[in-house]
Design a binder for this molecule. Sequence first.
Ligand code: X2X
Length: 348
Amino acid sequence: MNKRSFLTITLASLLAVVGLTASLHSNLAMAAEYKSEYKMSLVLGTAFPWGKGGEIWADLVRERTNGRINIKLYPGASLVGGDQTREFTAIRQGVIDMSIGSTINWSPQIKELNLFSLPFLMPNYQSIDALVKGPVGKDLLDIIEKQGVVPLAWGENGFREISNSKKEVKKPEDLKGMKFRVVGSPIYNETFSALGANPTQMSWADTQAALASGAVDGQENPESVYAAAKLYTVGQKYVTVWRYVADPLIFVVNKQVWESWTPQDREIVQQAAIDAGKQEVAIARKGLAEPSQPAWKDVEQYGVKVTYLTPEDRKLFVAATRDVYNKWKNQIGAALVDKAEKAVANAK
Ligand code: X2X
């Protein structure tokens, strides 16, 4: 071997060793970026469709990544001390790695999410689907993405019906003076005030005690929440099914966490979110999508009076909340709301 080819071979092997070390190093660095546990924030636990959705998502991800991505559920918005309206900020900041959140709880940070809280915008499930699965849903996910959070799929909490401990509610005037717990988006204060009720903002963590003590007379939440939280045991004996708003859920991941995963793992996490979202929506709609709403019938066995609005009475509620709708239409963005109204009209 001449001196020159000896040098070439030595150089080549040196480069090979350097290359190998570098790739080993980057593999190790990548592995080190994966956390041993990812924290998923939820307001409601696995007794509710919402928390079940979280469990399904976490299980699918664990299975499909062979345990590379291990997710732990933190229900009760416990990562933000129960203050569900601070959840979105905590996701952005990385205090929370991932979440399934309600559009209501994130709307203080993303005003466009108030869309779903516009009173009587969505009369049925077809209209919710038309919004989230259509261009409006895409616009909203784009807005979330611009805020530095990675949105992956939609789920659903549900149509929010009112319950109270005092009396049957058929007409707006029945609400007069009644104290209602509402969630922390100002549109709820304005809607209940417009109806003559006395709204007070409170986190879910404090709501059940407030209902039990009589500090408030009523609340609004989907049937699945009412039933799983057994609100009939804290005096909530009157329910009115009025379908005034519904809150979808959104599956998201913190951006830095997302970027720390390989493209293959990102795809797994997204597909798992889509699959879990579909299952979660089906669970949330169980017994409610059919016209007779058997889920509410089941609640009647606890001595609960369930009232359904006649089309005429519904019009009175719509009229009473129209000013709130119009004011918030501008705050949300008239162009986006126009688009939503068209989608709803075509869904019927
Ligand atoms: O607080 C509520 O009412 C709940 C559980 O439905 C939400 O987080 C929006």
